[in-house]
Write a protein that binds this ligand. Structure first.
Ligand code: DC
Length: 220
């Protein structure tokens, strides 16, 4: 069974999905982390598209969720910290708009979720990647609240609230307007505005929806 949460950057999808996974003892999949992994490779190829596509075909991107941590690897190297750097934030929407990259990441995800119960978060999971997901959620929050949350997450990096706000707003614009699978609420998704919800409330809201399905849904 796959449950998806889509929404813009900083809306609280990842932290909520992770907490739900822990509470319900199911698997978690962070699709943004896979786009970030591709972006790290793109940056290491000096943003040269030909070199990037050649490298993407040669390396092996893999991931693992255990002890509440989602880790991403390129070959055997754990890149989970590197993919959160500002250079990755700045280029990720460009890389995620490339149809070849979307096809690559989607194939990785489909393969992974076949044999267990998963909650995954992203931008297009309910519309394009898993249109038949058992449950779909769409999280939103005010830009200011989202920027404040990201600032807290990135407190070891030398970056201002204004820069984060601008980065999030520009990513929202690119993610929502690109041709390939833009950020969009699926018609059958349940919308959650996390501006006024407490974290515990939004986690429990989603858990309550999922619990009845855990008993009946097949793992695949
Ligand atoms: O959730 P995040 O900030 O880690 O995602 C990083 C970027 O990846 C985001 O700007 C858009 C892109 N992304 C996407 O296009 N589709 C997804 N399913 C997940 C993320």
């Amino acid at each position: 069974m796959i449950v998806v949460i889509d929404g813009p950057a900083g809306s609280g999808k990842s932290s909520t999905a992770k907490a739900v996974a822990q509470k319900l003892k199911i698997q978690y999949l962070d699709s943004g982390a896979l786009y970030r992994a591709a972006t790290l490779i793109y940056n290491k190829c000096n943003q040269d598209r030909d070199k990037f596509f050649d490298t993407l075909n040669e390396v092996n991107i893999s991931f693992k969720y255990s002890d509440a941590f989602f880790s991403v690897f390129v070959n055997d190297e754990n890149i989970s910290t590197q993919i959160r750097a500002q250079e990755v934030n700045n280029a990720v929407s460009i890389v995620a708009a490339m149809p070849e990259v979307r096809a690559y990441v989607n194939a990785l995800m489909h393969e992974a979720v076949e044999h267990d119960h998963y909650i995954a978060d992203g931008r297009d999971l309910g519309t394009a990647v898993f249109p038949k997901a058992r449950l779909k959620f769409f999280m939103i929050a005010d830009l200011e609240v989202r920027a404040q949350r990201r600032l807290k997450e990135m407190d070891d990096q030398n970056i201002s609230l204004e820069e984060i706000r601008e980065n999030i707003a520009s990513r929202d614009a690119i993610d929502s307007s690109r041709d390939s699978d833009p950020l969009k609420k699926a018609p059958d998704a349940i919308e959650i505005d996390t501006t006024s919800f407490t974290f515990e409330e939004q986690v429990e809201f989603i858990c309550a929806h999922i619990r009845p399905h855990l008993e009946t849904a097949p793992k695949q």
